[in-house]
Unconditional design. Structure first.
Length: 388
C-alpha cells in the first residue's frame, strides 16, 4: 500500500474505481439504492487490509461471500468479477501506478475469483433452505405491484396528504416505493442507511409539513390496501411490524426542519432540496460546456458527481460538522484532478459559473453574496492542491 502511494492514493483509487463501476452498464444494476459513500468506506478498509497484511483470524472467502450474498442472488458471478478486475487495473493505470505494482495487486485480488464462481449457486441453495420472505408469502412481485398501485390510489385521494404530491412524478415515486418495499419485505442490505435514505428522500415534504401524524395516516392506508387485496391478517401485522419503527424517522425529519427553520439556514432561504437540485443540474451543464473545464469531467459518472455536490452544498449551506476537516476532505476528493492540473484558476472559473447559475435561477443578490462567502474561502485549497 505504501509503495502505491499510501492513503491519498487509496482514496483516489477507490473514487475512480467506483466511477468506472457505476458507469458500466453490466454492473450498474448492482449499485441501485446503495449508499455509495458507505460502500467506498468499506472498500477502502478492505483494500487497506488486503494491500498490507490480512489478519490470520479473517476468513477472506467467507467474508467476501457474506458481503456479496444479496448480489449473488441478483445474478453476480465470475464474469462480473472479471469486469470489475479490469476496471481495477484500469484505475491503477490511470493513476500512474507502475506495472509491477499493479501485477502485485492483481496477485492479491485475483484468487478471490473462486468466491464469485460458486457464490450464485451457494446463495440460491441457502435461500431455498431458509424460510420464505414476507414478500413471497404476500404473493411475490405481482402482489407487490398491485399493492403499490392500490396504496397510491388511496394516498392521492386523501385530502390531508394531497399537498405532498403536487407536481410530483407519481410513476417515479411508485418505482422507488416498489424498490423500498422489496427490500423491506425481504432483507434490507447492510450498506443502506435507512434513516439517512428516508430523511433525504422526504426533505422537501418535511418543509410542507410531513410529520409523525402523516406517517400514521399513510400506514393506515397501507393496512387498508393489504386488507383489500386479501392479505391474511398475520402477514399484515408482520408488515406493520417492519414499517412501524420508521415513524420515528418522520418525527425526526419534522423536528430537524423546524430546527433549521429557526436557525434560518442559507440552504432553506435558497429554496431547500428542490432548489439545490435545480442549481446543481444547471451548474454542471455550464461546467461541462466550458472548454477549460471539460477535460476534468471526461469519463466521470455525472449522476454520482451531482449527488455528491448536492450533499456538499447541503452541508456547506447549513452547518459543517466540527469533526469535518474541510481542507483535507476537499484535497482527497480532488486528488485525481490536481494531478491533471486543476488549480486556483479553474476554481475561479467554477465560482463564476456558480454565480451565473444562481443568477439564472432568480436567486436574490444578497443570497448569492452569502453563498459566495461560504464557497470563496475554499480557493486556497486549490492553490495548495495543485502544488502538492
Amino acid at each position: 500500500m505504501d509503495r502505491i502511494g499510501g492513503e491519498p492514493a487509496l482514496t483516489a483509487a477507490v473514487d475512480e474505481f467506483y466511477s468506472r463501476l457505476i458507469a458500466d452498464e453490466k454492473l450498474s444494476k448492482f449499485f441501485e439504492g446503495i449508499d455509495l459513500d458507505k460502500l467506498k468506506s468499506h472498500q477502502r478498509k478492505f483494500l487497506r487490509i488486503a494491500l498490507t497484511k490480512i489478519p490470520a483470524s479473517l476468513d477472506v472467502e467467507k467474508f467476501m461471500y457474506d458481503k456479496h450474498k444479496k448480489l449473488f442472488l441478483d445474478g453476480l458471478n465470475e464474469e462480473h468479477f472479471d469486469i470489475v478486475a479490469g476496471h481495477f487495473v484500469g484505475t491503477l493505470q490511470s493513476l500512474g501506478v507502475p506495472q509491477p505494482l499493479i501485477d502485485e495487486a492483481v496477485g492479491i485480488i485475483g484468487p478471490l475469483r473462486g468466491v464469485f464462481e460458486s457464490g450464485a449457486s451457494k446463495a440460491k441453495e441457502e435461500e431455498k433452505e431458509s424460510e420464505a420472505s414476507l414478500l413471497e408469502r404476500i404473493g411475490g412481485e405481482a402482489a407487490l405491484v398491485a399493492a403499490v398501485d392500490g396504496f397510491y390510489t388511496r394516498l392521492l385521494a386523501d385530502d390531508s396528504l394531497a399537498k405532498f404530491f403536487d407536481g410530483a412524478d407519481v410513476d417515479s415515486i411508485k418505482k422507488h416505493q416498489l424498490k423500498f418495499m422489496r427490500f423491506a419485505f425481504t432483507k434490507i442490505p447492510e450498506s443502506i442507511n435507512v434513516e439517512e435514505y428516508l430523511l433525504k428522500g422526504h426533505d422537501r415534504l418535511f418543509a410542507l409539513g410531513l410529520n409523525g401524524d402523516s406517517f400514521d395516516t399513510v400506514a393506515g392506508h397501507l393496512v387498508a390496501t393489504l386488507t383489500s387485496l386479501g392479505v391474511p391478517e398475520d402477514l399484515i401485522n408482520e408488515a406493520v411490524g417492519i414499517v412501524a419503527p420508521l415513524k420515528g424517522i418522520f418525527e425526526k425529519g419534522a423536528e430537524n426542519f423546524a430546527d433549521r427553520k429557526k436557525k434560518n439556514y442559507l440552504f432553506d432561504r435558497l429554496g431547500g432540496e428542490a432548489a439545490i437540485e435545480a442549481a446543481v443540474d444547471e451548474f454542471y451543464k455550464r461546467l461541462v460546456a466550458d472548454d477549460q473545464l471539460a477535460p476534468f469531467f471526461e469519463g466521470i459518472n455525472m449522476d454520482s458527481l451531482k449527488k455528491h455536490q448536492r450533499s456538499f452544498m447541503k452541508v456547506a449551506f447549513t452547518e459543517i460538522p466540527k469533526e469535518v476537516d474541510v481542507e483535507q476532505m476537499m484535497f482527497k476528493k480532488h486528488y485525481m484532478l490536481f494531478k491533471k492540473g486543476l488549480n486556483e484558476t479553474h476554481f475561479d472559473l467554477v465560482a463564476g459559473h456558480f454565480v451565473g447559475t444562481l443568477e439564472s435561477l432568480g436567486v436574490a443578490s444578497n443570497l448569492i453574496d452569502e453563498a459566495v462567502g461560504v464557497i470563496g474561502p475554499l480557493r486556497p485549497i486549490f492553490e495548495k492542491g495543485a502544488q502538492k
